[in-house]
Design a protein around this ligand. Structure first.
Ligand code: 5GP
Ligand code: MN
Length: 339
């Protein structure tokens, strides 16, 4: 972010503003952590602030300080639209294009509020007046920390803010193991622990609250795992029938795709999850090294993300989607096997 942008934002925040903060649809740990971290900070700056999520998020995020104040646009549409209409400033966090906010797309695109983007996804749309976009960042939470620091307000970071930001950095870095984790990330984490983030408790809240049925579903997913050695690729499918059998709840499939990547020598992993209600197959792609799943998802699966983690969707059947995936692998063979 430019120095001049920070100067301008400082001037803006010297008055009280109506501020709406928005994460992407199906918010994850980084989306909820970053929006709530910024929420607590802006409250301390005496702003009139609310977080509006396009829809609900998994149970394992429902302890993050202040998260019960988050409005869900799909459930409270009228009230949310009023907030958006009246907003002076809208912060969009952890996404790069209005369509990533699901049904909020139209309201955001037609809003006259000043927009500020904080995000680490590839190829951002240039809708924001002030744009803090950096694809080298581990997480939007790391960027919110930097934003507060650039604003000269590091001393305002308290236990609540630290807990929110720690959560998103932890989830987006796979507990500090993905290549996006830098020495700078660890320096920030160190500061957040000093400010009161309880690292062990946060890890427990996110990762050790599985239901028995969620683990049975994981067992089913692992049984369905297929490995295509020639392409250093592994993939998992979960049909709607299988999800129903194990009483699937939002969040139960989070992270399962990574098991494919844990097979020795695998460079590309995918999971295909049938969603009969939305009429789509939700796709998650993960990779190791230089193989860009962002590119693959943009080119074939109506999605995007980062080099090593991307999402997408397909309107074909589960089987047809997997067939399509297998059929495009030969065109990536060189990239997959040169790793
Ligand atoms: P996931 O597989 O967990 O849904 O997504 C992996 C990463 O890709 C996340 O950072 C997520 O925000 C991003 N992502 C998921 N779906 C899309 C999409 O349709 N478009 C873009 N640009 N990014 C996506
Ligand atoms: Mn993120």
């Amino acid at each position: 972010m430019k120095k001049q942008d920070i100067t301008n934002i400082k001037a803006l925040l010297s008055n009280k503003n109506k501020i709406v903060i928005v994460p992407h649809k199906n918010p994850d740990g980084d989306a909820v952590g970053s929006t709530m971290g910024l929420y607590h900070y802006l409250q301390k700056k005496n702003q009139d602030v609310i977080v509006i999520a396009p829809n609900d998020y998994p149970h394992f995020l429902k302890w993050i300080p202040g998260e019960s104040t988050i409005l869900k646009h799909d459930l409270q549409t009228k009230m949310c639209n009023n907030y958006i209409r009246e907003a002076d400033i809208i912060f969009t966090l952890d996404f790069n294009a209005f369509h990533r906010a699901g049904n909020m797309e139209h309201m955001l695109a037609h809003s006259t509020a000043l927009k500020i983007m904080i995000d680490h996804h590839q190829a951002p749309d240039p809708y924001a007046t002030y744009m803090y976009s950096d694809v080298t960042m581990s997480s939007t939470c790391e960027m919110v920390f930097n934003f507060i620091n650039m604003m000269g307000d590091e001393e305002l970071i308290d236990e609540n803010i630290a807990t929110c930001l720690y959560t998103g950095i932890m989830t987006d870095t796979g507990s500090f193991r993905f290549p996006c984790t830098t020495s700078e990330t660890h320096k920030i984490i160190s500061k957040l622990i000093k400010k009161g983030a309880n690292n062990s408790q946060i890890h427990n809240n996110i990762y050790d609250t599985n239901s028995f049925e969620a683990l049975q579903l994981l067992g089913c997913a692992l049984t369905n795992l297929k490995v295509l050695q020639d392409y250093k690729t592994a993939y998992i499918t979960l049909s709607q029938e299988e999800l129903n059998k194990y009483n699937y709840k939002k969040g139960d499939t989070e992270g399962i795709v990574n098991y494919g990547l844990s097979v020795q020598g695998i460079v590309l992993a995918a999971i295909f999850i049938e969603d009969k209600q939305e009429g789509i197959i939700k796709i998650s792609l993960r990779s190791k090294g230089h193989f860009s799943v962002n590119e693959m998802s943009r080119a074939h699966f109506d999605g995007g993300g980062h080099i090593n983690a991307a999402g997408g969707k397909s309107y074909l059947s589960l089987k047809e989607t997997v067939d399509k995936f297998i059929s495009i692998l030969p065109s990536y063979k060189k990239a997959l096997t040169n790793e």
